[in-house]
Design a protein around this ligand. Structure first.
Ligand SMILES: Nc1ncnc2c1ncn2[C@@H]1O[C@H](COP(=O)(O)OP(=O)(O)O)[C@@H](O)[C@H]1O
Ligand SMILES: [Mg+2]
Length: 386
């Protein structure tokens, strides 16, 4: 059975009167890979720094193995941290960078012998796939290799817990994906509890045992990647994790919801009769059929080729949905759609209702994003010339 290792109990934090963590309750189990996920500024790093001991919560308790550790400084916690900026010692080689922590006099513990240090460092080089690199200058390594050294340095002291704050943020996409797999393997091989921070939902889903979705200093949902994707708690979570069409519905009965005046079968129950709800329909759960056979009919207004499939935007009397399909339906096509009961997910109304899940501005959003990139590139190019 899972054993509790760390608990945050009613933790709050404010900077200059602004509440950035609001009454957080979180339990982290021994040996688990737990990810704090949310947009920039939602409080992920603050939470991590409270666990690491770099910040004290304004109120609430931090427990380790059931013992309150609010006043225990970072170096006395069985916790190490890997930061986004690796902060390696550039004047030391790979071996010495990793050995650094082992050479420090350890309070209460005896110093390790030279042989012990060498064998621990070599073991770590194996774990991070850098065997043979021990004599290399760290400045001669690629970004991915430097990140591996930083991870080895944090793991070599055999902490109970490793805190990782957006550690792959500086790497390109391909390397990021490789490192995600490697980190997951390292975590499983070492049995160390990983608490990982990212704003990248795909990364969180791919790596974690448990995902904690945060927004505005509040935990919105805690669950397995599958729970978070399939059963989002509210419109914020549904929108942040993957693509979602979110529409207003009325719960007619257990297993029956009304959308756009039509009845749809679903699997959800336990709502009040005629309760207004938010309905999530994932773009991949919508089947395209002929207009006569459709539960709804709409018109294709935009098509984007994505390699594996097409993203199409379909207008249903002014409501614009994203549908993913492998069949090409050109702009102007009138089509019908069908949604199986398990493709419909019902959520209670929340403060996020009406804010997300509408694709009216989908293509416009794309234009804005590429415009921004374009401006940045021009600035960079000018900066480079100066
Ligand atoms: N030392 C600080 N002083 C003032 N404001 C801070 C400080 N650290 C963080 N904040 C603010 O707290 C909020 C949460 O920050 P943070 O935990 O770093 O978010 P995240 O890691 O999710 O991007 C942000 O609004 C940030 O500006
Ligand atoms: Mg952060």
């Amino acid at each position: 059975m899972a054993k509790e290792l760390i608990r945050l109990s009613k933790c709050s934090m404010a900077f200059d009167g602004d509440v950035v963590l609001d009454n957080i309750d979180l339990c982290i189990n021994d040996k688990e890979f737990l990810t704090l996920l949310g947009p920039s500024g939602c409080g992920k790093t603050t939470t991590l720094r409270i666990i690491g001991g770099f910040l004290k919560p304004a109120s609430g308790d931090v427990l380790f193995d059931g013992v309150r550790i609010n006043d225990v400084p970072p170096h006395k916690r069985a916790v190490n941290t890997v930061f986004q900026k690796y902060a390696l010692f550039t004047h030391l080689n790979v071996f010495e960078n990793i050995a650094f922590g082992l050479r420090l006099a350890r309070p209460g513990g005896k110093k390790l012998s030279k042989d012990e240090i060498a064998s621990r460092v070599m073991e770590m080089l194996e774990v991070v796939s850098l065997k043979g690199f021990e004599k290399r200058d760290v400045s001669s390594l690629s970004g991915g290799q430097q990140q591996r050294v930083a991870i080895a340095r944090a793991l070599v002291n055999r902490p109970k817990v490793l805190l990782l704050d957006e550690p792959l943020g500086a790497l390109d996409m391909r390397l990021r994906k490789d490192m995600q797999n490697e980190l997951k393997q390292m975590q499983q091989a070492t049995g160390i509890t990983f608490i990982y921070v990212t704003h990248d939902q795909e990364e969180a889903l791919a790596m974690s045992d448990t995902v904690v979705v945060m927004e505005n200093g509040v935990i919105q949902q805690i669950g397995t990647p599958e729970d978070i994707y399939n059963e989002p708690e509210n419109a914020f979570v549904a929108d942040f994790i993957g693509e979602s069409n979110i529409v207003d519905g009325i719960m007619l009965d257990d297993g029956l919801v009304e959308i756009f005046g039509r009845k749809f079968k679903c699997l959800d129950k336990g709502f009040k009769p005629s309760e207004p709800v938010d309905v999530v329909i994932r773009p991949e759960d919508i089947d395209i059929v002929s207009p006569e056979k459709g539960q709804l009919t709409g018109k294709v207004i935009s098509v984007t080729f994505r390699g594996l499939m097409y993203d199409i935007i379909v207008d249903f009397n002014g409501f614009k949905w994203l549908i993913q399909t492998t069949d090409l339906s050109p702009i102007g096509t009138t089509l019908g759609i069908k949604i199986d009961p398990d493709g419909i997910h019902i959520m209670s109304k929340s403060q996020f209702s009406g804010m997300y899940g509408d694709y009216s501005s989908y293509s416009a959003e794309y234009d804005e994003i590429s415009d921004v990139d374009y401006e940045v590139e021009i600035e960079d190019a000018e900066g480079a010339r100066e």
